[in-house]
Design a protein around this ligand. Sequence first.
Ligand SMILES: [Zn+2]
Length: 131
Amino acid sequence: MRGKRSDEYTMTDIFDNRILCRDCNREMKPIQLIKNGFVLRAIKCDKCGAKIIHPKDEQEFRNFNELKKKEFSVKMRFVGNSYAVSIPKEIVNFMKEQEKIMGDMVKLCFEDFGKVSLDFNPENKINRRFG
Ligand SMILES: [Zn+2]
């Protein structure tokens, strides 16, 4: 298990250093890349457009894609007047690590016929990794 983000602030991060573009010898500027709703810290050279994704975020994004490929079979159970399904711990834990889950409430909607979606981050909180 990784530590909380707040602890990571006190640790030295490679992106806290000045990183120069290999080709232009100019300082690269921090940016955020969004892929599949996943926020990745990156730095970019203004001159040539070269980008470097934070290695930790790149790894997390890979883990995310691995998890996305998986299909889980879960059973519907009748609870009170509703049906309940279990969300695999793997998914919830991953999102908790990413701080995508703020509370116990999720938004559920009937998306397409035969498809129900769950939104764990309905307010779409912007990732605050840059502080
Ligand atoms: Zn450059």
